[in-house]
Design a binder for this molecule. Structure first.
Ligand SMILES: C[S@@+](CC[C@H](N)C(=O)[O-])C[C@H]1O[C@@H](n2cnc3c(N)ncnc32)[C@H](O)[C@@H]1O
Length: 431
């Protein structure tokens, strides 16, 4: 908290000095591996673990809740922090609840089912704020309260299941390839489990080699579809002609929580509208199948909307959609964003960045620094890579000013944080 306050109220120079001072201070480790210690959990960290300080030394403990007092066994010690696992809960937090799912803590999915939903939202705001605070300066008031998911449960429209040789299916246990068998998942739409036993058997038994993975999803036409991917002997995603009722699509990215996706789209339109000038183009980089490009083109009607995406299937879906619906003004380019920007002579309008978890390639940020789009809307599902990219983009000369940091709860019951950051080009850098 203290470091965060220092970051927020001072210049980036101070941020760097603070890092150096931190590196010089040698921490005394107050316990041995295997020791059981009493921990009071203050907050939650990216990755989901509870954070506590034992004699000043930071300890991360999974499946704890802010306000808990726990006895925990130290499992791992690093230079600046340790990891522990719960032995027993001495005094449970008033924000602790009973998890819904029978395989919670076994399956590698949800990390926060044991935490009251309002507390999950509060912690996500804090995770976003402290990740950004470690890398950039910003005014406190730009960080807004997290927008909740209209559905806390049953929000996922797709799941990825592992299948064993007996056609049993489930999710991988965390950090292992053991399959935790399931018949339902409380964060997934129940429709995904309809006739699942039968359909998995149909799809997999028709092939010579058993398939070890199936992605089940609800399509935009509200049909249940299956993407089957095999073990090494069978990697094809070819449609199964013997069972064409449930078609198999090639894998293309799609948002998992359509309720929150719609809120995010509305907000993107709202912030773009504020900044979009006549005759400007909107650049939707990492556009997928045009989730943002289509509504931008339809509602804001910019001079042009250009979507850039590497995945060919996604671009094909987008182009087909534009063609079938006779939509003009939309251009989809199948390209790496890095080479698209390196070949760009100038950018005439706002840029949307929605990269995968790894964030943007450094060369992407370097091109943006040269091209200086007037406004950047960065949508991120990883506050750490977001903060890393923003530190480079903003740089020592404050090329961009962050004017909004808004998290959306795209993934309730988990520690994943989706956010939108709006950045305005500094007035001194407008040509
Ligand atoms: C988080 S998704 C966002 C997709 C889209 N904006 C949406 O809302 O559905 C990231 C997208 O970036 C694409 N991608 C990943 N690396 C890329 C690259 N180097 N250049 C262009 N697209 C890339 C992925 O295929 C994926 O569709």
């Amino acid at each position: 908290m203290l470091i965060h306050a220092i970051y927020n109220n001072n210049s980036q120079k101070l941020t760097k000095q603070t890092k150096q001072t931190k590196a010089l201070s040698i921490k005394k480790i107050p316990f041995l591996k295997g020791e059981v210690v009493l921990l009071n959990i203050d907050s939650l960290a990216a990755g989901g673990a509870g954070v506590s300080r034992h004699k000043g030394f930071v300890v991360f403990t999974n499946f704890t809740c802010p306000g808990d007092s726990v006895l925990a066994k130290i499992t791992n010690i690093k230079k600046n922090f340790a990891q522990a696992e719960i032995v027993s809960i001495k005094n449970p937090s008033d924000k602790r609840i009973v998890a819904k799912c029978p395989v919670f803590q076994k399956c590698g999915g949800c990390t926060w089912q044991h935490i009251l939903y309002t507390e999950q939202l509060k912690q996500k705001k804090q995770i976003l704020s402290s990740s950004l605070g470690k890398k950039i300066s910003f005014k406190d008031e730009i960080i807004k309260d997290v927008i909740p998911s209209p559905k806390e449960w049953r929000y996922r429209n797709r799941i990825q299941l592992k299948i064993d040789k007996n056609f049993d299916y489930g999710f991988y246990e965390k950090k292992s390839h053991n399959i935790i068998k399931i018949k339902d998942c409380p964060i997934a739409d129940s429709l995904l489990f309809k006739d699942l036993d039968k359909n998995i058997k149909n799809h997999t038994s028709l092939k010579k080699n058993y398939h070890n993975q199936v992605e089940v999803y609800i399509s935009r036409e509200k049909e249940i579809k299956y993407i089957i991917s095999g073990n090494k002997q069978n990697k094809t995603n070819k449609p199964d002609k013997q069972n064409n009722k449930n078609k198999i699509d090639k894998k293309a990215f799609a948002q998992v929580n359509e309720w929150v996706n719609q809120i995010l789209i509305k907000d993107i339109l709202k912030y773009l509208k504020k900044h979009l000038l006549p005759k400007q183009t909107v650049y939707d980089l990492y556009c997928g199948h045009g989730n943002f490009s289509f509504p931008i083109n339809k509602i804001l009607n910019p001079y042009k909307t250009i979507g850039v995406e590497l995945n060919l299937s996604s671009v094909q879906i987008a182009k087909k959609n534009a063609l079938q619906n006779n939509i003009a003004g939309l251009d989809f380019i199948a390209k790496d964003v890095k080479s698209f920007l390196q070949q760009c002579k100038n950018i005439n309008g706002p840029v949307i960045l929605d990269p995968p978890r790894i964030g943007c390639d450094k060369a992407v940020i370097e091109s943006l620094i040269k091209l200086k789009p007037p406004v950047i809307l960065y949508i991120s599902c990883n506050p750490q890579t977001l903060a890393r990219d923003l530190e480079i983009l903003i740089g020592d000369n404050n090329l961009y000013e962050p004017v909004l940091a808004q998290a959306y709860d795209m993934f309730p019951q988990t520690d994943h944080v989706e956010s939108l950051i709006v950045l305005k080009l500094s007035p001194k850098d407008i040509d």
